[in-house]
Design a protein around this ligand. Structure first.
Ligand code: UGA
Length: 435
């Protein structure tokens, strides 16, 4: 099929290349000329494992191209809208202006009939509103809503082999087209849920709200564990053996960040309020509060490790990305902690295998180092804030040889406390007993 993709960020770039991988002929559109140039040269504009190779492979087939001209989308049978919906400044609600602008551009430039498919995460009711715009201004365009569940760091795999496909449609024809687009994963067993617009929109935010709640649940348990002298990691392992609970997304620590979970739960609360259902989601305020409290608790532990004051102490921060296998620093808990430690007088050096360039841009006032060893040299305390595999694999003795004091705070419960204590380190973590 001829497929268009509007917006080539984390979602759209992966989606465009994956659609080409599935055999479609794809045009990816973005207003950012630099991004389009890089994508056209098979360079991923951000760190995403496998994306570079996928671009390389699909561009050489001739089935994939990128353009800054929206008119190049004309002729596509299906056009996916993959633009961002960030949190509005000073509000909880999402800013849908990029989605509105994308649809307006399609109304202007698509002459041939097409199915316009929203993938962006939007407040429930947005699809119905946009469908009315199309009906009025471009009746040759039909709308469908098909939320995306990909995880950064696993985006290619999640797109080519989705664990479910949710198709919000208003006609059998729209369903048929989307089933054609996703014929390969459907044949390979990806379950399909065909539903209305409102349910499709809500599935997405409900899934992210559930994941955020699961993380904050275990982090609330971590607070109780700390108060009671218990171990949250063992607690998570033990409750996780119950299939009804499951061990995944029960990793206690610094909590969730990124471009999705934090802003999605806030936008969900705001939208529920507009709908008169705010009481249903007041618990998400607590989920958010527990999550933000983890960051201040981490700063407290760093300060305690430095004997009660951060002033004049060198603090090595391992990790800047909001999670491993990504260079995304949007609402990164790691950088948030690094900045707070610096504000309290700490001499902070941050390292990360992929996100340093982004971090430097957003926090030019922090100091950076290329490696963990370099960051830790002369440090009074080492904070592990993003659990990259290379940090999990650090040798406590080797790192111990370069620091000034062997104090470690593991913000992700990613290291083996016994191994670090045996090498002469004090080991502290969120939700684990002090020895
Ligand atoms: C999240 C969802 O997992 C995806 O399904 C969804 O498609 C995506 O948002 C989106 O809305 O686009 P992502 O933001 O890539 O994906 O990251 P996650 O893997 O969900 O991690 C989010 C945060 O939670 C990270 O900061 C991570 O460190 C933290 N986390 C995760 C924990 O603190 N504990 C855990 O057990 C798991």
């Amino acid at each position: 099929m001829r497929v268009g993709v509007v917006g080539c960020g984390y979602l759209g770039a992966v989606h465009a290349a994956s659609m080409a991988e599935l055999g479609h002929e794809v045009v990816g559109h973005d207003v950012d000329a630099d991004k389009v140039a890089r994508l056209s040269a098979a360079q991923a504009p951000f760190f995403e494992p496998g994306l570079g190779e996928l671009l390389e492979r699909t561009l050489t087939t001739g089935r994939l191209s990128f353009s800054t001209d929206p008119a190049d989308l004309d002729g596509a049978e299906v056009v996916f809208v993959c633009v961002g919906t960030p949190q509005r400044a000073g509000e909880l609600a999402a800013d849908t202006s990029f989605v509105d602008a994308a649809v307006a551009a399609l109304v202007e430039h698509l002459r041939s009939p097409a199915l316009v498919v929203g993938k962006s995460t939007v407040p429930v009711g947005t699809a119905a509103r946009l469908a009315a715009v199309l009906e009025r201004d471009a009746p040759h365009l039909e709308l469908a809503w098909n939320p995306e569940f990909l995880r950064e760091g696993h985006a290619v795999e999640d797109t080519v082999h989705p664990d479910r496909l949710v198709l919000g449609v208003r006609s059998a024809e729209a369903e048929k087209r989307l089933r054609e687009v996703y014929a390969t994963p459907i044949a390979q067993g990806s379950p399909v849920v065909v539903t209305d617009f409102a349910t499709a929109e809500l599935v997405k935010v409900a899934a992210n709200a559930f994941l955020a709640t699961k993380i904050s649940f275990i982090n609330a348990m971590a607070e109780v564990c700390e108060a009671a002298g218990a171990d949250v990691v063992q607690l998570a392992d033990a409750i996780g053996y119950d299939d009804r609970i499951g061990r995944r997304f029960l990793n206690a620590g610094l909590g969730f960040g990124g471009g999705c979970l934090p802003k999605d739960i806030r936008a969900f609360m705001a939208r529920a309020g507009e709908l008169g259902a705010d009481q249903a989601l007041t618990f998400l305020r607590e989920v958010d509060a527990i999550n933000m409290r983890r960051r201040s608790r981490m700063v407290d532990l760093a300060r305690e490790a430095c004997g009660g004051s951060l002033i004049g102490h060198k603090v090595a921060v391992l990790g800047a990305a909001f999670k491993p296998h990504s260079d995304d620093i949007r609402d990164s808990p790691a950088l948030n902690v690094a900045a707070q430690v610096q504000l309290q007088g700490g001499d902070v050096v941050v390292t990360d295998p992929a996100a340093l360039e982004n971090a430097r841009r957003l926090y030019p006032g922090l100091a950076y180092a290329d490696t963990a060893e370099e960051a830790a040299t002369g440090a009074d305390v080492v904070l592990l804030l993003t659990e990259w595999p290379q940090y999990r694999a650090l040798d406590p003795a080797a790192l111990g040889a370069v620091v000034r004091r062997r104090h470690l705070v593991d913000g992700r419960n990613a290291l083996d406390p016994a191994a670090w204590r045996d090498a002469g380190w004090t080991y502290r973590a969120l939700g684990r007993p002090v020895v």
